[in-house]
Design a binder for this molecule. Structure first.
Ligand code: DAH
Length: 327
């Protein structure tokens, strides 16, 4: 009896001193566990059962319950303490003023692409996409760009290996589309292109929109009409443009369009022309039956004119003071 009382006393003191749930668990194992004092005692008493021993067993069981209860009570207290501690450390002061949320806005190039797509879809064009990592066939060969053309050299083109490159123009999509679908075709595609260039009017990555039509009886006046219309809508006024004769391997009767900037200087904004018969043959379209025109617009260029920006590099410097102006 004395031994039992002492044991209960010991357990109670330990329980009171327990600082956390882990401490409590250790105490439980020590006093009530499989190899704990009480369990061992019960086992030995069971072996020689007699009247006296069964009375002692009853007392031991009572002691077990008592210790068990004490453990549970302490556990509830410790859990409450833990929760209270957490509540006070994670307190939220709802009276504090809210944090200001900055609203983002679209990048000016994205805005231009959306406007270009809007205008051309109204003119009956469908939107397509093409890969930025391209092989030389789609970027050069099929576009009638000869093996010795200077644009192929590593000075202009980012080559990834002897065959793969970062596309230098969106004209690659012309080939991919014409191989897939038969005329009539009326497509625009916009995206990033890459060239080793860096100055006020050039960055190594920039954006183009490529557009082209292939059908019966397509001629240069169709091209002029479409591009005139597009530019007038894009700039929201009648603007001064000039068609300047030019050369591209993939067009014959090739031209560039320049626009007069604020300082009365001509700025080149796009290349265009009638699709070269060789290009049509490369994609199995009969040039005797079909003709087409194509154009490639420099998106940064027309955005610079539209917004009055003098340095193209501004678009990619991620200066928020610059970017926030385009809403
Ligand atoms: N791909 C030309 C360039 O990047 C632009 C161009 C010119 C595209 C004439 C065309 C075109 O489709 O017909 O400089």
């Amino acid at each position: 009896m004395l031994e039992l009382a002492e044991l209960i006393e010991k357990a109670n003191t330990a329980i009171k001193q327990a600082k956390n749930i882990t401490d409590l668990e250790l105490i439980r194992i020590k006093f009530l566990g499989k190899n704990g004092f009480l369990k061992l005692k019960i086992k030995s008493l069971h072996k020689k059962s007699n009247d006296k021993n069964s009375k002692i067993l009853i007392l031991i069981n009572k002691a077990k319950k008592q210790i068990h209860n004490e453990l549970n009570l302490r556990k509830i207290i410790l859990q409450k303490e833990k929760i209270n501690k957490r509540i006070s450390s994670e307190k939220i002061d709802i009276s504090l003023p809210g944090r200001y949320l900055n609203n983002g806005n679209l990048h000016p190039i994205t805005i231009s692409i959306q406007q270009i797509e809007n205008i051309f879809t109204k003119l009956g064009f469908s939107i397509e996409t093409g890969p930025e990592i391209e092989n030389s066939y789609y970027n050069f060969d099929a576009l009638n760009i000869s093996i010795n053309h200077p644009a192929r050299t590593s000075q202009d083109t980012f080559w990834l290996n002897s065959k793969l490159l970062l596309r230098t123009q969106t004209s690659n999509v012309q080939i991919r589309i014409m191989k897939k679908i038969k005329p009539p075709i009326r497509i625009i595609t916009s995206g990033r292109v890459y060239r080793k260039d860096y100055d006020q009017k050039h960055t190594p990555m920039f954006h183009q929109t490529e557009g082209f039509i292939v059908d019966n009886n397509i001629n240069f006046t169709n091209l002029k009409w479409i591009l005139h219309n597009f530019l007038n809508i894009f700039f929201e006024k009648k603007i001064k443009i000039r068609f300047r004769p030019s050369y591209f391997p993939f067009t014959i009767l090739s031209s560039e369009i320049d626009i007069m900037d604020k300082k009365n200087k001509w700025l080149e904004i796009l290349g265009c022309g009638m699709i070269h018969p060789n290009v049509l043959r490369n994609v199995n379209i009969d040039p005797e039956k079909y003709s087409g025109f194509a154009f490639g617009i420099g998106i940064e260029r027309i955005s610079m004119l539209r917004y009055g920006i003098s340095d193209l590099r501004r678009f990619f410097e991620n200066d928020l003071r610059f970017l926030k102006q385009f809403k």
